[in-house]
Ligand binder design. Structure first.
Ligand SMILES: *Cc1c(COP(=O)(O)O)cnc(C)c1O
Length: 374
């Protein structure tokens, strides 16, 4: 039996709620289950929230809300998914890539100040593996230079920085419910609006540039085209699926944390023998068990380990290739070396991690890794 890298979790009421959405008779956006999801997040975050069709879309909304113009500079980690950068490139921004920390793939808050110029508009942080960036430092810097902060919290549901939920610290934040994340709806995302000045316009952008949302709330007596916008809202079928997952978030999370702890405890001897490094959880951060990665001592070791695991039908995968070296952006990059980003591109390896990973399969994965190094 093959052990995949990811397997979408089904936790109970997904089909039932989709059926209910169909019987209710509105399966387009902003229906019954969309409102339930909004309510769930607004209670949790105490901020206005809008479901989107993906985290990518939520990030594009951030870029529109910040009114990013050609030539504006946006600071983004190089070690991230393309959507973090693309959302801003679409509006003509110049991306200034930040390096990772030496002890974590997250952006190095200490190295950000030197990247700020008079054209800098925003810093986009990515909470890699759901582990918080050092937000106090980043928010202080942003305030000092009047910059906006967007949290790419795609991986960061149910994770905290000094007791504050990730996604509530920056001016805006984006979550993902893609099937590779902790809580899923196939494709799906969420925009969190922590700065009230963006609330009204976010609803308009979300509804194709119309004030339709205000109309349905009875705030205006007719609706029309009032701004730019797009179709960012998901079908209520997606929201129905998502709501079933949100209701069971605690079950999902306790299972994932158990899997994470099992990897950590059993791989600790390999770390102590100097073969690998294990994930760091800083004191200010919680661990939401989004992924489990190890860091090999070089790319050669990592590739051999991938092959060794594959021979045992275990699928492990590396992660981001530094965006500053990508075919699309390399020629636009300012030429700085970002050696920690490259370090994680070469050495980081993600192990199979999903809700239904059985103890037997996990034991097989751990044994196969131990056998490789010993
Ligand atoms: C998954 C992910 C995204 C994209 O999410 P989608 O919902 O697939 O658009 C963006 N940024 C990061 C860091 C991610 O992990």
């Amino acid at each position: 039996m093959k052990i995949p890298f990811n397997k979408p979790a089904f936790v109970g009421n997904e089909l039932e709620y989709i059926k209910q959405a169909i019987y209710i008779g509105q399966i387009s956006g902003n229906g019954h289950f969309t409102k339930k999801c909004h309510h769930f997040f607004e209670e949790k975050f105490s901020s206005k929230c809008l479901l989107t069709t993906s985290c990518t879309d939520a990030l594009e909304m951030c870029s529109l809300l910040l009114n990013i113009q050609p030539g504006d500079e946006v600071i983004i980690p190089s070690y991230t998914f393309v959507s973090t950068a693309n959302a801003f490139v679409l509006r003509g921004a110049k991306i200034v890539f930040a390096d990772s920390q030496s002890d974590h793939p997250n952006m190095d808050a200490e190295s950000l100040e030197q990247l700020i110029t008079p054209r800098t508009r925003a810093i986009v942080v990515v909470h890699y593996a759901g582990i918080a960036c050092d937000m106090d430092k980043i928010m202080e810097l942003a305030q000092r230079y009047s910059l906006f902060v967007v949290e790419d919290a795609a991986q960061a549901i149910d994770s905290y920085y000094k007791g504050k939920p990730l996604g509530t610290i920056g001016h805006l934040a984006a979550f993902s419910f893609h099937e590779t994340k902790n809580v899923i709806s196939g494709e799906g995302g969420l925009l969190v609006i922590n700065d009230k000045q963006f609330e009204k316009r976010a609803e308009i952008l979300w509804e194709k540039g119309t004030n339709r949302t205000a109309f349905f709330k009875g705030e205006v007596d007719k609706y029309g085209w009032v701004d730019v916008g797009s179709s960012f809202l998901p079908s209520d079928l997606i929201a129905a699926f998502l709501y079933a997952q949100l209701e069971k978030m605690d079950v999902i999370q306790s299972k994932r944390k158990l899997i994470w702890d099992t990897y950590f405890e059993n791989l600790l001897p390999l770390k102590e023998q100097g073969h690998i490094k294990l994930p760091l959880i800083p004191e200010y951060a919680t661990n939401n068990a989004h992924m489990f990665y190890i860091i090999c001592k070089d790319i050669d070791t990592r590739d051999k380990l991938i092959a060794h695991l594959k021979k045992q039908d275990i699928l492990s995968v590396f992660h981001y290739l530094s965006l500053h070296k990508s075919p699309f952006y390399a020629s636009r990059h300012d030429g700085r070396e970002l050696s920690w980003s490259d370090f994680y591109s070469d050495r980081l390896l993600r192990l199979p991690f999903y809700f239904e990973l059985s103890p037997d399969d996990q034991e097989k994965i751990i044994n196969t890794i131990q056998e490789f190094f010993n």
